[in-house]
Design a protein around this ligand. Sequence first.
Ligand SMILES: [Zn+2]
Length: 136
Amino acid sequence: MNRQSELSTYLNDPYAQAYPETAPFWAAAERGQLLLRTCNQCNRAHWYPRIVCPLCASDDTDWKPASGQGSLYAFSIIERADPPYALAYVELDEGPIILSNLVDCDIRAAKIGQRVSAVFRQTPDGRYAPFFTRLA
Ligand SMILES: [Zn+2]
């Protein structure tokens, strides 16, 4: 299987099909790149992605590459799950706060303010989504 045929799994995903304006986000996620909807008027990024900027009401917004870096804003370990997992709010360096999960790290050593970095995992629906792992 070549690389091209491995990509674009999101195209068969009903969610991605229902919201075609999100296609660039899913395509970038599949390549391991986080995109943020960013306003060309106030130059601020927002989350979740909207066509009209929620910060200044301009409709001049575009997808822009984000660093994928941020800090742990808040988290909760879901102990009743097997295995337990950590639901986390991550404050991206670009400003928005994104709800995700901590993965690939010791979630019990997590602390508010720790640096985290985006990693992409395939969801049961087929598309790739951003998760976060602790740095150091
Ligand atoms: Zn704006």
